[in-house]
Write a protein that binds this ligand. Structure first.
Ligand code: G3H
Ligand code: 13P
Ligand code: ZN
Length: 332
């Protein structure tokens, strides 16, 4: 793919978005996409709720859908938004980049933002790698997200069994020495639909698992060390019970699926947390709807008849998140 700047594609980086989100006490939603239907749903949901957004691509998504095709799809989303007479702006972001070369490849193909996830390296190696990406990215006006602390669960190819909370003592030094534009931290979130083991949870009166609260004390400490600096939460799906139920009632089997309660995300969004990553909730919404369509219509075999409703379910879920959880609705 020939080298192209995101500016020529009509994309924006995250700088202005995060400044407005910080001042306005809301968070920008970051949704992952791997295919056409997810992209349409993200655009439809964010245009309907008039919300800025971050369109995220993981290295797994690039492998699955073909990196060139995926990038052109993202470019197509700019035109799609214009055709809907909307002014919604979005950043095209690499999620969990793990090498300089991967970040460079995305920057060169028109991404406006990249994450370099050096959290599994030693502190000094994380700084070296992140700084290397920042230097190249900033030459091209691209913003960079770094990470300190390790989330429990699976971060792409990086497997972390236990969560290691971010040490507030390190954040100021890390931000200064790397020059990153935002920082992903670990305060108790994790990736996937099973964020907590049942034994880590309590049970409410209805027998529903209640996860341990996020470590807002660590977040507050971090905010004191780097005031006004944009913080990112990964692994922030809520694992909405309605979709888990839809999956389980229609032939699926999701046991002990527990996410981050939405009121905790609302609280985070009104703090220095400027970006909240949501992927699993979208997967659950789409899967729930596809299972329901197949269960109700076992003879159905036209992909549009199950991918269409799945796309609508995802768009609806996105409108809900933007309006009721992140507070980004109406901020485009
Ligand atoms: O944090 C990971 C994202 O949910 C992307 O997942 O690597 O399976 O595409 P993936
Ligand atoms: P969830 O698995 O909680 O949706 O997190 C997604 C994420 O952090 C993408 O980077
Ligand atoms: Zn993540």
């Amino acid at each position: 793919m020939t080298q192209v700047s995101y500016k020529d594609l009509g994309l924006v980086n995250t700088k202005e978005m995060f400044k407005k989100a910080m001042d306005g006490k809301y968070a920008i939603p970051a949704y992952n996409f791997n295919n056409l239907e997810q992209l349409q749903a993200i655009v439809n949901g964010c245009v309907e709720s008039n919300s800025p957004f971050i369109l995220q691509v993981s290295s797994g998504a690039r492998k699955y859908a073909n990196q060139t095709l995926l990038r052109y799809l993202a470019e197509g989303a700019v035109e799609l938004i214009k055709s809907m007479n909307s002014n919604v702006k979005f950043a095209l972001h690499l999620d969990h980049g793990d090498t300089f070369e991967l970040c460079k490849s995305c920057i060169d193909s028109g991404f406006s933002s990249v994450m370099i996830d050096g959290s599994h390296h030693s502190y000094e190696e994380n700084i070296r790698l992140t700084k290397q990406v920042v230097e190249y990215a900033h030459e091209h006006g691209v913003t960079v997200e770094g990470e300190l602390g390790v989330l429990a669960g699976i971060e792409d190819d990086v497997v972390a069994a236990e969560s290691v909370y971010t040490h507030p003592d390190q954040v100021e030094d890390f931000v200064k020495r790397t020059g990153v534009d935002s920082l992903a931290i670990s305060i108790g979130t994790s990736h996937g639909a099973n964020k907590f083991k049942p034994e880590q949870c309590s049970k409410n009166a209805d027998g529903v698992l209640v996860p341990p609260p996020l470590r807002f004390d660590i977040l507050e400490e971090i905010e004191k060390r780097i005031p006004g600096f944009p913080i990112v939460l990964h692994g922030a799906s809520s694992v909405l019970p309605e979709y888990v139920k839809m999956i389980n009632e229609n032939g699926g089997k999701l046991d002990d699926a527990v996410g981050i309660p939405e009121e905790q995300l609302r609280r985070a969004a009104s703090s220095a947390v400027c970006k909240i990553n949501i992927d699993s909730d979208g997967r659950l919404a789409m899967t729930g709807m596809i299972r329901k369509v197949f269960n109700n219509n076992p003879a159905e075999f036209d992909p549009r008849k199950y991918l269409g409703p799945a796309r609508d379910a995802l768009a609806q879920m996105i409108v809900h998140k933007n309006k009721n959880v992140l507070g980004s609705a109406g901020k485009a």
